[in-house]
Design a protein around this ligand. Structure first.
Ligand SMILES: [Zn+2]
Length: 254
């Protein structure tokens, strides 16, 4: 008897979690109302220089993200005037739990639960459909940052960025890429070589000649220069949302 009750309770909880994920998905990809993106900066290396940068950071830094979404959504036929609004919240004192790059499935599941708990605890009462934790590093002391990630289940992203003005345009490219993941977009590059996949990862797959491409597809993040060579997009001015990504995030019928 108790066994049946326990199983029933567990199934009910799982059904609510699954339903919650579905509702999240509808709500964030129907594009009927402006999506609120909460940005929560974190001083990732604990340096004073990074802290000073965070004190200077203001919402204007993310206007290119809003403008990018508006221009690209309109190009794909979305009527909504402002598809996304970025709200900059005060810096957090703690960073989200870290996911080891070589983590196996059980540790990934455990990490995802802890990360969702973190997100609920530090930002649960802030208005934001999607939460982006942006971890800033001083570029003079950090050559390479860990991989950024964005999760549709839980609607949050962890973005690694550089705490210096010259890096702001490329930070925005990473922010938009991870934001797209939270909305259901998939990567469009080869994880082994980081080269854009053809045709989905190309901004202009029909171009003649095909190389060099002029722009990057957002989920590839790189401009293909030749079949074996690509460079990072330098700003959102060089980035477009291709038809496959647009379908994944609900801008066009699948
Ligand atoms: Zn990605």
């Amino acid at each position: 008897m108790w066994r049946i009750v326990r199983i029933a309770v567990l199934l009910t909880i799982l059904a609510f979690v699954a339903l919650g994920a579905l509702v999240d998905r509808w709500r964030t990809t129907d594009w009927d109302n402006t999506l609120w993106i909460g940005v929560f900066p974190v001083n990732a290396d604990g340096r004073d220089t990074t802290g000073e940068y965070l004190a200077r950071l203001d919402a204007a830094q993310f206007r290119d993200v809003e403008a990018f979404f508006a221009a690209q959504a309109h190009a794909h036929g979305v009527a909504l005037d402002r598809p996304v609004h970025v709200e900059l919240y005060p810096a957090l004192d703690e960073a989200p739990p870290r996911l080891a790059p070589d983590a196996g499935l059980p540790s990934r599941v455990w990490w995802s639960l802890r990360a969702r708990y973190f997100s609920w605890r530090v930002a649960g009462d802030r208005l934001a459909h999607v939460r982006l934790y942006v971890l800033y590093h001083d570029p003079d002391h950090t050559q390479a940052v860990p991989h950024s990630l964005g999760l549709q289940k839980g609607l949050f992203g962890i973005v690694h960025a550089y705490a210096e003005e010259p890096y702001e345009a490329t930070n925005s490219v990473v922010v938009v890429h991870e934001l797209m993941h939270t909305l259901g977009a998939t990567d469009k590059y080869d994880p082994a070589t980081l080269l854009p996949s053809f045709p989905g990862g190309y901004a202009e797959p029909e171009a003649e000649p095909r190389y060099p491409q002029r722009l990057a597809e957002v989920m590839a993040g790189r401009v293909a220069l030749s079949p074996g060579q690509a460079r990072m997009a330098e700003s959102l001015d060089e980035v477009v949302v291709g038809p496959a990504t647009a379908a994944e995030i609900g801008w066009v019928a699948q």
